[in-house]
Design a protein around this ligand. Sequence first.
Ligand code: HEM
Length: 453
Amino acid sequence: MQWLLNLPTVLWRRLLLILQGLWALLWLIASGIGALFGSGGTIASRLGAAIGGAAGQRHVFALLRLLQPNLVLNRRTILAYPNNGITAIASRHADVTDILTRDADFGVVYAPRMEAITAGENFFLGMQDSPRYTRDTSNMRLVVRRDDVPAIITPYVTRAAAGVVAIVPGAIDVPQALTQPVAAGLLDQYFGTPGPSEAAIAEWTTLLFWYLFIDLQADPDLDARATAAAARFREWMDGHIAERRAAPPKDDVLGRCLAMGDAGLPGMTDRDIRNNLIGLLIGELPTLSATANLALDELLDRPQPFAAACAAARAGDDATLAAHVFEALRFRPLNPIVYRRAMHDTVIAGGKLRRRRIVKDSIVMASNLSAMFDPLVIPDATAFRIDRPWETYMLWGYGMHACFGAHINRAVLPALLKPLLAQPNLRRASGARGQIDQAGTPFPQHFHLEFDL
Ligand code: HEM
């Protein structure tokens, strides 16, 4: 009987799936025509820009969810990590979450590049489900404590972001003046690992994040730059750990690591501490800075939500402000996909019409962006709404390897943006300066905004 009661909802959601897919098809056809007759660059580059952008990706995935929810391509999409040259792309919420929780079937690929960065050792993001993974994440959770988020991290970010906005004269280059310095400041004040300078730590962590996660085509030039940055990073960390050992104890992340090392805890030699902190630092700086800029850019493109977010910032309504930031990121996550490698021959969506066989060593791309727009699971998926349950958001992975910094991200991103959003008449600077400039990197490097004084 229950199935009969559920039937209208099921049918309605299926209809939405079809409508979303058809609308996406029309959008993509219109973009193709636009690229054919547009100006500037080649047809391919114009098409790439339209489809590769955030809206384009959402439409491609809407079509995939309808027509090919688990698309298998005989195509090598990743050269940076070993695989068999086959790539599967999963776009439905049910399959994305299934893939990212089946750790024995779909393993992380990052170990070789993690080992290159540390000159020998893996870091837990590159580890399969194993005793070593549990040991290392447990050690790091003892030093990066959830209690620290309200006690240390949010107060620091609130203070630092307000300090920056208070001294800029009605014009700000957001990544350079706000998001990068505050994220770097957190590495100094909370982690106890400032790097030799803000510029150096920003450059190293950005290059190494790029190398690990984004350089899918294995660019030899990037490889050389990342190798050099990793060597300098290791050398600085070794020296810094030695200095800290000689100095009076301090209660920050590094200080807690050193205390655990002194107590002889397994996995906490100075070398282990160095490698774990390198992994955490790479995860912290470029991601927080980039994600804050993406949220801001997405909000600026939506006048009504932008005005509401600014009003919430001014009124000190943190919950409403945060809801706007995370809903903006649903449309614009930093990582739209999470990739894995099949550990053995297996299947996706077993027992369903969309079932696909996956051969050992295939790359499997699970699109968290697509999952967050799947009308079979997410109500009113294409609308910008601030009343969604937190579980809707798959902004930093899912399953065992979901972001170690998840609680930090949730607190830091709104706190980082709040003082800026509270400024009167906040707007983009005119022309290209008011758009995100990645300056040849995968991350926002310049983004000029203005406000009234
Ligand atoms: C908004 C900013 C951030 C974004 C978008 C982000 C994104 C992600 C994603 C997508 C994953 C999963 C990767 C995978 O499953 O293959 C991940 C894992 C991870 N992130 Fe973040 N991250 C952010 C901030 C941080 C911060 C602040 C830290 C450090 C405190 C951090 C440290 C890590 C670590 C260590 C992992 C591996 C977790 C594991 O393997 O268990 N991230 N992050």
